[in-house]
Design a protein. Structure first.
Lengths: 136, 136, 136, 136
């Protein structure tokens, strides 16, 4: 992805790229895509009835990750209070989805890979939150 | 929209519809659409340069509203910790967008209508949060 | 929803609202939401294994409907070639999803309601395409 | 991104990965993200009034790319008629956005990078269409 290259080219950024936020945005898209694919692969499994909670958490996590990636990448104007709250919510979505996927990781490779994406994204969201100022 | 009708027909719901959550989901889609249209209308205005912060908050609010509508409507399995956090984040997005749109409401009808959608959605998210149990 | 009110307030529209397109945008959001809810309700059914194709078409149709609603509502600048192609694609998504939901409509109320939303959206997309000029 | 890894792990795929489609899905997410960032960067420019058409095409292209990535990645069940139509629509969105971004590429680095993402995605969509069977 070209997140770093695109954000570096924003007129208000001019070299002051927030590396933690950029990594977080990349992880959000990666995790969102992994979660959509995991939901689809779980649905295709013969034991799909045992994976209903996993599918649900996958779909929720994907929705939250893509919205976090989109809001986190904007540099025109500011919306720090929202980004902070969204990053915290995204870390929750990723943690809950990872916990569920990990239960199925030994049987289903897609759950194993997805759990890793979720853990990386959870950690990246937590890392990015610490870099976002917030003034009431 | 058919939110009530669709959720009532879910096999795990069977008449126990959460009216506050249903209203919230409807408001999320309405607010998300209003925000996308307001961003577009602001961009089309001759004084668009004075509306850059409004466009940014509109786009952020739309992303969060649609993700909240999608995650809030799922009834298979459960994800209450996430829904709760997402509803709180959505209330923040709506409040911040409403405050900005209200500054332009006297000059731009689209900002006036959008601010009202945001305020209704903010209130509906806060009402829905109070109905969502949350056990650590 | 406030589609008509928001688009009427766009600076470039000024009373020249395309009613067929506005109805189409409203149907896209309604259909997208119905499809997300139908996918979730199908997943919750005891015979979910027989509804896998329905869930897949629901999720695809939702993705296409929301993207069509978003692109169709913009009035700043122009993108008629894309809107036209997107409306045609959305009509395909709705037709295929409706055909599948109709197979389950007698057993599952959510499939019955969703099939109706899909048919209304299919028709609205086809109606809107006829109003969009297209010059190569 | 983990598109290849996730799709390879789908129970119905089992090693029969369609490389052209996988590349296309990756390009869709890359292009969608680049377009969102380009819209935001254009809005932040001092000459934003001259970039309104570019912002509009960026936002449209992002909506279409993300929907194409999501629908194209599903392997449970089938929806080939829709995927084909969506890939063709996405190629249109990318071509039109690339043509506009190329006009500003010499002045704005974000438009230059975004135009390249759009051209790669356009080409990948066209390559993927040729691999999708379609039976009426």
């Amino acid at each position: 992805m070209h997140v770093q290259e695109m954000i570096s080219a924003h007129p208000d950024v001019k070299g002051q790229v927030n590396d933690a936020l950029i990594r977080c945005i990349e992880e959000c898209y990666d995790c969102g895509q992994s979660c959509l694919s995991c939901a689809d692969a779980c649905l295709g499994e013969q034991d799909a009835n045992q994976l209903k909670q996993c599918i649900r958490l996958n779909l929720d996590c994907a929705d939250v990750c893509f919205a976090t990636g989109a809001t986190g990448a904007r540099r025109t104007g500011s919306n720090e209070e929202l980004i902070r709250s969204m990053l915290e919510t995204c870390a929750v979505a990723c943690r809950l989805c990872a916990e569920e996927c990990e239960k199925h990781a030994s049987r289903h490779e897609h759950c194993r890979v997805c759990a890793e994406s979720c853990r990386r994204c959870e950690e990246a969201c937590e890392g990015a939150v610490r870099t976002i100022g917030f003034r009431h």
